[in-house]
Design a protein around this ligand. Structure first.
Ligand SMILES: [Zn+2]
Length: 117
């Protein structure tokens, strides 16, 4: 029986692997700073050979963050769209929700009626 040895070997192996992953940060990486309109700084790191995006999402407030600290991307461009979406969602939540429910119920009744015939 070699089962015991195999398990011991796996444990040893997995320990070695996780250690290697942690040390894997020595692989060439670049850190890029981004600033959002609220003055937050995010500093994601990318593989050295990766193409660095112009815009990064701020991890603190979700606004787009740019690489130019003095001139962060304006969040205003997105505001009308967001508020419009929120408005639509609000309107839909009650009236349309009931309507959809009604529709679904009547469809269900319709289907039942047909199957009974
Ligand atoms: Zn931010």
């Amino acid at each position: 029986m070699t089962g015991g040895n195999a398990i011991r070997g796996m444990r040893l192996g997995s320990g070695t692997i996780s250690g290697d992953v942690e040390r894997g940060e020595s692989a060439p990486r670049q850190r890029v700073e981004y600033w959002c309109d609220n003055g937050h700084r995010v500093e994601p790191s990318f593989a050295a050979d990766a193409r660095v995006p112009e815009i990064w999402e701020c991890t603190q407030c979700g606004l787009p963050a740019g690489r130019d600290r003095e001139n962060p991307p304006s969040p205003k461009r997105n505001e009308p769209y967001k508020s419009h979406l929120a408005y639509v969602k609000e309107r839909r939540s009650d009236a349309d929700g009931m309507e959809l429910l009604d529709e679904a119920l009547s469809r269900l009744r319709d289907r039942r009626g047909r199957s009974e015939r």
